[in-house]
Design a protein around this ligand. Structure first.
Ligand code: ATP
Ligand code: BTN
Length: 335
């Protein structure tokens, strides 16, 4: 309710009467007053004038809070509910726990900081406070478990679009906002990683119990550890602008919700394939495919409808590379 009041006050910009708030949200005047008081404590400046109502006059510089986030959501189901934590080991681990305890599809787990953020294959994900996005969305799809790996690509596309739209609103568009996907799960700007995605699933042989899709986006300029400093970058550093983490997260979720609807129609990436391929930085480049059993080189030629990377070998044969245990590198480095 706090978030709904905030969203309405933001939308109107003028006074909104207490009466209207009570009627719209079916609550008492005291409940409205309490919610306004809590928002004021969170740093929102809300004027309260008798016979006129409430007016939002200023927002905290960075309102990365439960209400800040929820008040900006434009989605039907993604992020409903949203659970915002100051600190977690990993939002993916928490999401799995909550999914085991019955949390529904659309539940979003967000943390300001992670103490044990994870990447693929047990790698760690740098997760300091005050700088980045760390969130995990719970899904309960009714398609077969072998389709779930495509969700990582779906989220990569949604995150890339969400980031591009947010940059556009900050006045950075066209070539300046160039952001690419390094198949399957990294978003890359100027050759460095700004976002990673980790999808995990609990399933029976032919039935998915739940899928959790975890996303980390580096937003503010920060000092990365020596190990990742030449590979990692943040959006504000690359694009030289300042971004609202709430707006960015809301935009990514909105994009995911619409991409997911298209995906569910066909249960493959056919509707999205061209748009995904247009963002793929590996496309047309020579890549090195690292498989558990060995490595080989070829030229990447985009994904197929199942999200596999098509790699043409020197002898002209085309391999369909499945994301699972594989990494793809540029021949001369990370991309
Ligand atoms: P691939 O996905 O192609 O196998 P990768 O090296 O990108 O390769 P991931 O498991 O996807 O591996 O991502 C985890 C890696 O990301 C870590 O090993 C680390 O090098 C790097 N990393 C950790 N934290 C961050 C961060 N905040 N931003 C960018 N990169 C990070
Ligand atoms: C990768 O590139 O390997 C994936 C990194 C995924 C990081 C995000 S941050 C939010 C969520 N919680 C985690 O522990 N990992 C994902």
């Amino acid at each position: 309710m706090k978030a709904k009041i905030l969203a309405l006050l933001r939308e109107r910009s003028g006074f909104v009467s207490g009466q209207e708030l009570c009627e719209r949200f079916s609550v008492s005047r005291t409940a409205v007053w309490k919610a306004v008081h809590q928002l004021q404590k969170e740093g929102y400046q809300i004027e309260a004038v008798q016979n006129r109502g409430y007016r939002l006059t200023a927002e905290p510089e960075e309102d990365y809070t439960q209400s800040g986030l929820v008040s900006r959501l434009q989605t039907q189901w993604a992020g409903r509910p949203t659970k915002f934590y100051g600190e977690l080991g990993s939002t993916n681990t928490q999401a799995k726990l909550e999914a085991e305890n019955g949390a529904g599809a659309g539940t979003l787990i967000v943390a300001e900081r992670q103490t044990a953020g994870r990447g693929r294959r047990g790698r760690s994900w740098s997760s300091p406070a005050g700088a980045n996005l760390y969130f995990t969305l719970i899904l309960r799809p009714d398609f077969a478990p072998d389709k779930a790996s495509m969700l990582t690509l779906l989220m990569a596309h949604a995150a890339a679009r969400g980031i591009a739209l947010t940059l556009e609103k900050a006045g950075i568009g066209g070539d300046r906002a160039a952001l690419g996907i390094k198949w399957p799960n990294d978003l890359v700007a100027e050759g460095r990683k700004v976002c990673g995605i980790l999808t995990e699933m609990s399933a029976e042989r032919d039935y998915i119990q739940y899928v959790v899709i975890g996303v980390g986006v580096n937003v503010r300029k920060q000092k990365f550890s020596a190990e990742i400093a030449d590979r990692a970058a943040s959006l504000e550093e690359v694009y030289g602008c300042s971004l609202s983490r709430c707006a960015l997260l809301a935009e990514i979720l909105a994009q995911f919700e619409s991409d997911y609807a298209a995906f569910c129609e066909t249960e493959d990436l056919s509707a999205l394939r061209e748009r995904y391929n247009a963002l793929l930085i590996n496309r047309g480049r020579e890549v090195c495919v690292l498989e558990p059993g060995g490595e080989y080189r070829g030229v990447a030629d985009g994904i197929n409808d199942a999200g596999e990377l098509l790699v043409e070998l020197a002898d002209g044969t085309v391999r369909e590379v499945f994301a699972g245990e594989v990494s793809v590198r540029g021949v001369y480095g990370y991309v």
